[in-house]
Design a protein around this ligand. Sequence first.
Ligand code: NAP
Length: 336
Amino acid sequence: MSVRIGLIGVGMIGQDHIRRLTQVLFGASVVAVTDVDADRSKSVAEGVRGCRALGSGQEVIRADDVEAVVVTSWGETHEEYVLAAIEAGKPVFCEKPLATTQDACLRIVDAEVAGGRQLVQVGFMRRYDAAYRAVKAVVDDGAIGAPLLMHCAHRNPSVPPQFTSDMIINDAAIHEIDLVRWMFGEEIAATQVLKPRRNSKSALDDPVVVLLEMASGALVDVELSVNIGYGYDIRGEVVGESGTVALAETGDARVKREGLRSHRVAVDWRERFSRAYDVELQEWLDALSAGTSTGPSSWDGYAAAAASDACLEALRTGGRTTVSLRERPDFYMKAQ
Ligand code: NAP
């Protein structure tokens, strides 16, 4: 079975997902696209067999031949489209963040629960990355004892001019916020955000260090730098009671020379996580064909947004901010 997809927002990741859905994966065709930039969506549609450009996201969602929706527009616009897809009864894969605040995420959770069917998957793709999966397998196996700490770094070479300081939290750190909930299988209890010396090459509060206190007491520190220049560099190391496990960079060539060790650094997120995006969307398509859902849910989108809201509050106050979640509906209790 091939799923006919309508995609909203043909920017960087939208075009990358169209390539993936039409040239890499099995079981999908992209039949309609849209963008606020009509020329851009028209030229993208022209490059995809059987695809047309429509005037708005709502038109894409309503189109009779669109069976499932992919939302790859900016975060602020996600809520409107995800709610419309739920109302239309169509499965929707929404790039992260599900929405930029927990209130918006809860409106999605409520609409989905009221509809009685799980239709939403959030693009928390780190869960599909081979290196993160290998780290989680070691943690789950108990090989390093109970996890006590995790050190993460999330470094972007640069971000577009419209990227704000808040987005360092609710668009970038949201990846680590989701992955530590998944890695440790528990919720985040409190957050704190520290602002070290500012990067003079950046107009933002950049870098920041986000501290995430897990329900068990395990502590996660995340360095976020969004104008680091040298490349896209993602690090993670879990410290357990009796050992550590770290992400290994994929496909790197380690060079030892003149007393130094070096290896190539990915140029951006497309190169670093290319295979994870493939696995993520293929598993989504397979689940659609099987009439099930397996990936990060609206509840995961909401829990991540609640923690990122707490981080933003902690950033403003300089203090420790607790995270409280609504009781999790049974609806979202499936195994992942
Ligand atoms: P982008 O290149 O700016 O693409 C977004 C596109 O959506 C642009 O073409 C934009 O048009 C268009 N757009 C904006 N508002 C719209 C609306 N209301 N309806 C239809 N189209 C609209 O940004 P991106 O880097 O692809 O990011 C898009 C989303 O993907 C963000 O939520 C981001 O966090 C997420 N993302 C996720 C990952 C990941 O690792 N999972 C990686 C990258 C991005 P204009 O340019 O004219 O505004």
